[in-house]
Ligand binder design. Sequence first.
Ligand SMILES: Cc1cc2nc3c(=O)[nH]c(=O)nc-3n(C[C@H](O)[C@H](O)[C@H](O)COP(=O)(O)O)c2cc1C
Length: 155
Amino acid sequence: MMITILYGTETGNAEMLAEDIAAELEADHEVTVTNLSDFAPTDFDAGTFYLMVCSTYGDGELPASAQPFAEAMAAAGAQLLGVHFAAFGLGDSEYDDTFNGGSQRLVDLMVTHGATQIGARVIHDASGPDMAEDLAFPWASEVVALACETMGEAA
Ligand SMILES: Cc1cc2nc3c(=O)[nH]c(=O)nc-3n(C[C@H](O)[C@H](O)[C@H](O)COP(=O)(O)O)c2cc1C
């Protein structure tokens, strides 16, 4: 299936993870990796499945590379009916009140504008024991399988 991995980052962790997920998926799928800073709401396509990988900065806010996208979504009143996505968050539980708030904001933004979330958001904790890819690879393969069923394509 056609997959676009959209990442929101401030210091590059989400970008590296997005590239690693792409490497895992591209044997079986057509995969593109794009920074949210280079993506407009009008670029969404109902025939593509979107994997969104996003960190958290500030006070539970979106990272810098995702902020223009969020502003453009609101300004354009984007209508994303028929668009399917899944979300993976990068954060740090040292920031306990705002832990992984950025990826939750992104999910809320997408759903508010009519997109359909596939599977549950999975989050990584930089202060926890797991490597991000150890959570992200199983997440990616599960949501891609679910998306293939939902969107009617062979896995
Ligand atoms: C200044 C600063 C603020 C942060 N704020 C939060 C936060 O509010 N909540 C959270 O869960 N993680 C927070 N983090 C942790 C980052 O989200 C985490 O390190 C992530 O892996 C960074 O990914 P990136 O390099 O793709 O931006 C913060 C990190 C820094 C350096």
